[in-house]
Write a protein that binds this ligand. Sequence first.
Ligand code: AMP
Length: 300
Amino acid sequence: MRIVLLGAPGSGKGTQAKMMAEAYRVPQISTGDILRKAVADKTEVGKKVAAMMDAGELVSDRIVIDAVTDQLRSSDSRRGFVLDGFPRTIPQAQELDTRLGWMGRPVQLVLHFLVDNKVLIKRVINRMSCANCGAIYNKQSSPPKKKGVCDQCGSKKLVSRTDDSEKTMRSRLEAYDQDTAPLISYYRAQHKLRSIPARSSMAHIFDAICDVVDTEIRPMEKKIVVIEEPVKIKIKKADPEVVDQATTKKKTGKKATAKKVTKKAAKKTAAKKVTKKAPVKKAAKKTAAKKVTKKASKRK
Ligand code: AMP
């Protein structure tokens, strides 16, 4: 699956991208994380972008496009990816379309997270993350079980991002409205945009995302199974039965009725086989969702 998460800072893209990556086993590609790492490692790119990030401004398209392209080409992304925080401008989206077009793997869905600005500011000011494993917490709505200690890796390095202050957040929201919001029309025109109400709990939002993904992307895979199986089963199993029953009932003049009944039975057998297979996939997704929901409710 190839998905873009679109939403203002603090709308929960990062948290949901992590949950999706775990449930669907595809990498989360976050340009914010890539750039923060470059800043922490004091690379050439890091030195160039540090001041802009601190001010809540967008860094140059060229830098982020190059960073993302490296990740898209990596073998991890062969099964797909969840793009978090990229693209953030029309030129970035156009470049992404071009590069994925070369690879023959276009974006399939764009999930647009809907949250009011007031809620966003409150969320961001209270946000903390683990400097060791990247787990995200909120001091009010989802604090770690033990104060100051990461639930996932036990690290005591829970930090607030330098750009998560109220003043910087306002600049980031301005940048979003000016440069990123036009992407809503861009992807709507491609019929790829789906809205996700993102005010509720992490688990609820995740459920909404899974519903969209399973309806819009997964059925294409399932359909192939559904079409292939009944054809084989119907012919092999139903035929002798049809002949037997038809011959037996010929004398009684009930041939047509018998055929109808047998066809129904064959359909049922095929349907049963398909449904037997389907729960395996469903169960896998449920387990992943349960894991995530457990984590979410633990945090609460
Ligand atoms: P994020 O973690 O996605 O909120 O990104 C943090 C900061 O990194 C942003 O405020 C920007 O300064 C920079 N950044 C991340 N992604 C992009 C992007 N696609 N284009 C430009 N700047 C970005």
